[in-house]
Design a protein around this ligand. Structure first.
Ligand code: AMP
Ligand code: MG
Length: 354
């Protein structure tokens, strides 16, 4: 959640090339009996909603985008975009006092702490000191000095985060600590936008929140939605496989979304709290298929840091969640249930273990 312009900005229908996923069927424009295609720039990316049922208008997509804007105003940690948000207040009060937050923020922090525990800190909701120091995607262009990485790294520890359910307050006991929900808030926002559409009666829709896709129902003709998983390498405009599904979310994480290059080395935005450096686990891209986008978003980041072996066992331990990992050696590793959704279509990649 960095560099986010305020308020929904309208774009025409855009084809996303940098999200890792491509919704392969977005077309058309809107009138009352026709599909509604609408987009906005929020959460540091372009959000697209395509409602395929007749009888809706951009009044509904506006409501969904306004809900996302509200989530952004509460949880952004970008000081460039916001003077104050709930999470900026929490981080500024570290070592000082608990800060009361909205139900939204409390719920996201609770979920983020749970994923931090589950992944043994590979995902760490208190990663903010490192995110701020590296500033990848928000102005960072070089590797920070070693002492500063060390100091930031030592300020990261999700076990110290205090969430008081009764008071709905958040407390970080050491000065310099901070929370960051960049790895999970987009998923939460996508779930909320989908909820608004479903509650309005929408039965067939696709939401593409820059790498977080949610599909509602099937396509209007009853066939499954087809989501292209892009190649993680220089051939980004091609997809290497297709996820076919209904009523699910599909989320990717990869090192190519935000990065800088120094002396030929690419430094990307998913950080390892143990080393203080961008994670290098051998994974080049992760795709998670799940029921809730908040889970898929957190797990995509967590497994990217964990690597194939631990990542697969984390996902296998979750009901109704599947994963497809692409490793640097162009192998495709999948959880046992992923085969029912994912089809590899690019012969330059090989399924691991057969
Ligand atoms: P995603 O694109 O969902 O994988 O999330 C990446 C974003 O999550 C980064 O831009 C940071 O804001 C944040 N982040 C980076 N590393 C971690 C980590 N190890 N645990 C939790 N959040 C992280
Ligand atoms: Mg994520």
């Amino acid at each position: 959640m960095h560099r986010i312009p305020r308020g929904p900005k309208r774009f025409g229908t855009l084809f996303l090339l940098f999200s890792g996923l491509v919704a392969m069927t977005v077309t058309g424009c809107s009138s009352s009996d026709e599909p509604v295609n609408d987009s906005a720039q929020l959460l540091g990316t372009i959000l697209q909603i395509s409602i395929r049922d007749g009888g809706y208008s951009t009044t509904l997509t506006d409501r969904a985008f306004e809900r996302v804007a509200e989530i952004e105003r509460r949880m952004s940690t970008s000081e460039d975009d916001y003077e104050s948000t709930e999470l900026l207040r929490v981080n500024r009060a570290s070592g000082d006092e608990p800060v009361s937050v909205s139900e939204d923020t409390f719920e996201v922090l609770q979920a983020a702490r749970e994923f931090s525990r589950m992944s043994d800190g590979a995902f760490d909701v208190t990663i903010w000191p490192l995110v701020k120091l590296w500033a990848i995607g928000s102005g960072g262009t070089s590797v920070p000095p070693e002492e500063e990485i060390d100091t930031a790294r030592r300020a990261v520890d999700y076990r110290l985060l205090e969430l008081d359910e009764e008071e709905q307050t958040v407390y970080l006991p050491e000065e310099g600590m901070g929370v960051d929900v960049g790895a999970i808030a987009k998923g939460y926002a996508a779930d909320e936008a989908a909820r608004i559409l479903r509650e309005a009666g929408v039965e067939h829709a696709l939401l593409d929140f820059g790498g977080n896709i949610v599909v509602i129902g099937t396509k209007p003709d009853g066939t499954l939605w087809r989501i292209g998983v892009q190649r993680p390498d220089a051939e980004r405009t091609r997809y290497l496989g297709i996820v076919s599904t209904s009523d699910k979310t599909v989320v990717t994480s990869g090192p190519y979304e935000r990065f800088f290059v120094q002396e030929g080395v690419r430094y990307h935005h998913i950080l390892n709290a143990d080393t203080g450096f961008p994670a290098r686990s051998g994974i080049e891209q992760v795709t998670i298929i799940a029921d809730r986008s908040i889970d898929a978003d957190a797990l995509s980041t967590a497994t990217y840091v964990l690597g194939v072996e631990d990542g697969l066992s984390l996902v296998e331990s979750q009901d109704g969640v599947e994963a497809v990992f692409i490793t640097e050696d162009r192998l495709v590793h999948m959880t046992s249930g992923a085969r029912q959704y994912f089809e590899l279509t690019d012969d330059e990649f090989t399924l691991a273990g057969g």
